[in-house]
Design a protein around this ligand. Structure first.
Ligand SMILES: C[S@@+](CC[C@H](N)C(=O)[O-])C[C@H]1O[C@@H](n2cnc3c(N)ncnc32)[C@H](O)[C@@H]1O
Length: 246
């Protein structure tokens, strides 16, 4: 892209690394203007210098192939489901523990559990009876299974769409805007009486959350909390608290 557009402003020849930087910035700027997800913008920034660095330092081809395979095995759901991997931070995990205490004994599930951080953190809480995660990215599943098992949690290698939500009284998801409409329908159809659905950062599109918790972390994480009453009806919204939840 820089090869095509840079000569319009600056005549060639170009030194290698400034040229690579121009390529990175140009593609990242285009991704940003197209409102692509932030992680795509970061990938656009990093990919050209990594590629040129690998060629310049003559990194063996098999290392590049292994790295690409590992990335695919972790970012398995970035293409089809449009859900990449990012991890709930420790403040969010603590907020979840606090948020769910009144529902003890808690049967918890993390829909798309990544590397199992939340499943393990919840499994360690005394008010949690069962902590389960589901994950379909092969490498993330293996890592999550190993980490959750050490903490007393369970991770299943199955799709969140095949999970029966009525078994749990706390359901957690940190996905992306893409699956939220379908997930909303699934939650409304399956959530158990007196249960809680917590979505990190991405609300359901058509129903108001019962509460919104703001986590006191750097990214000011919002937890959209949907409470279901004894008749499986959504509890209507309360005032949104200005105070950080944790
Ligand atoms: C943003 S990460 C969140 C990880 C974890 N829940 C956390 O909060 O730390 C979303 C995860 O959901 C997984 N995922 C996406 N679609 C899925 C599906 N249909 N079934 C199971 N896992 C899925 C992705 O592979 C990714 O690891």
């Amino acid at each position: 892209m820089s090869v095509r557009f840079l000569p319009v402003w600056v005549p060639p020849p170009y030194p290698l690394w400034p040229f690579v930087a121009a390529q990175s910035l140009l593609t990242a700027a285009i991704a940003w203007m197209l409102r692509w997800p932030r992680w795509w913008v970061v990938i656009q920034l990093l990919f050209p210098p990594l590629l040129v660095g690998a060629l310049a330092w003559q990194v063996p081809g098999w290392i590049v192939v292994v790295l690409v395979i590992l990335l695919v095995l972790v970012f398995w759901n970035a293409g089809g489901e449009r859900v990449p991997l990012y991890i709930s931070n420790a403040s969010t995990q603590r907020a979840l523990g606090q948020l769910t205490r009144s529902l003890a004994p808690v049967r918890f599930v993390d829909l798309g559990c990544g590397w199992g951080d939340v499943v393990a953190a919840m499994a360690r809480q005394t008010h949690v009876e069962e902590s389960v995660g589901v994950e379909t990215a092969p490498l993330s599943y293996l890592i999550a299974r190993w980490r959750a098992r050490a903490a007393g949690g369970i991770v299943l290698g199955k799709s969140l769409w095949d999970m029966d939500l009525s078994r749990f009284n706390v359901v957690y998801a940190f996905l992306s805007p893409q699956p939220m409409a379908q997930l909303q329908d699934k939650a409304l159809a399956e959530m158990a009486p007196n249960s809680l659905f917590v979505s990190n950062s991405f609300p359901f599109p058509d129903v108001e959350p019962s509460e919104i918790w703001q986590v006191n972390d750097r990214r000011q994480t919002l937890l959209y909390v949907y409470r279901f009453d004894e008749n499986r009806q959504l509890v209507p919204p309360e005032d949104v608290s200005d105070e950080p939840a944790y």
